[in-house]
Write a protein that binds this ligand. Structure first.
Ligand code: GRF
Length: 197
C-alpha cells in the first residue's frame, strides 16, 4: 500500500507513520509527502528520510482547481493507494475527494463528533475540552469528506483529562497517544481490516 501524507506543520504524526513503516509495524510505504507550507518541518522530515516531498499551494498554481490538478498528478505519479491528512490545514478540493473517495483519512485530536468542525484545530480543541470540563478526550481517525471533521469515524481511542491540565499539557498527552494509535490504525487499513475504496 502506497501512502501519501499531507501535513502543514511539525510533522510528528508523519514521522510516526514513517517509523511504523520502517519498523514493519505497518505493511505499507510513505511514497510522497505534500505540504501547503514551504517551511513545514514535515517537508524536512520527508527529505531526511529520502521520501519525495512537495510544497503545493493554491498561491503557487494560481487557484484551487489548478492546485487540485497538480496534486492529482503527483498522487498518480506515485501510484498512491491511500491519503493520510496528518495536521493538514487545508480542505481538499472536491476533485481529489472524488478520485480518492473512501481512501482519505484524517486524524483529529479529540473524540469526534465533539470538539470538531471549522476552527477546531490545534490548541483550540484542547482549550475547548478543558473549558467544557471533560474528564476524557482522545483521538479520532475518520474518512474525509467535503465537511470538516464529519466523515465516517473508523477508529477512536480515549485519553484522560487530568485535574489542573493546561491545554499544552493535554495537547502533549494526546499527541503522544496519536503517534501509537496512527500506527495501529494504518496497520489495520493496510491489512484490509478497515476497507479502502
Ligand atoms: C495533531 O494534533 C493532529 O491531530 C492534528 O494536527 C496535529 C499534527 O501534529 N490534526 P504534527 O504536525 O504531526 O506534529
Amino acid at each position: 500500500m502506497n501512502i501519501a501524507v499531507f501535513a502543514s506543520h511539525g510533522g510528528s504524526d508523519l514521522q510516526a507513520i514513517i517509523d511504523g513503516c520502517k519498523n514493519n509495524k505497518i505493511n505499507a510505504k510513505v511514497v510522497v509527502v505534500i505540504s501547503n507550507n514551504g517551511n513545514s518541518m514535515a517537508l524536512q522530515r520527508a527529505k531526511n528520510e529520502k521520501i519525495s516531498a512537495y510544497h503545493m499551494s493554491a498561491k503557487k498554481y494560481g487557484c484551487e482547481e489548478a492546485l487540485a490538478q497538480e496534486i492529482l498528478a503527483v498522487l498518480s505519479k506515485y501510484d498512491v493507494d491511500m491519503i493520510f491528512l496528518a495536521g493538514y490545514m487545508r480542505m481538499l478540493h472536491v476533485s481529489v475527494l472524488k478520485k480518492y473517495n473512501n481512501r482519505i483519512f484524517n486524524i483529529h485530536p479529540a473524540l469526534l463528533p465533539k470538539f470538531g468542525g471549522k476552527g477546531m484545530y490545534g490548541m483550540n480543541v484542547h482549550n475547548a475540552v478543558i473549558n467544557a470540563g471533560e474528564t476524557e478526550t482522545g483521538v479520532t481517525i475518520h474518512r474525509v469528506n467535503a465537511e470538516y471533521d464529519s466523515g465516517e469515524i473508523v477508529a477512536q481511542t480515549k485519553v484522560p483529562v487530568i485535574e489542573n491540565d493546561t491545554p499544552e499539557i493535554l495537547a502533549a498527552r494526546v499527541l503522544e497517544r496519536e503517534h501509537e494509535f496512527l500506527v495501529e490504525v494504518i496497520s489495520d487499513i493496510s491489512e484490509g481490516k478497515i476497507i479502502l475504496g
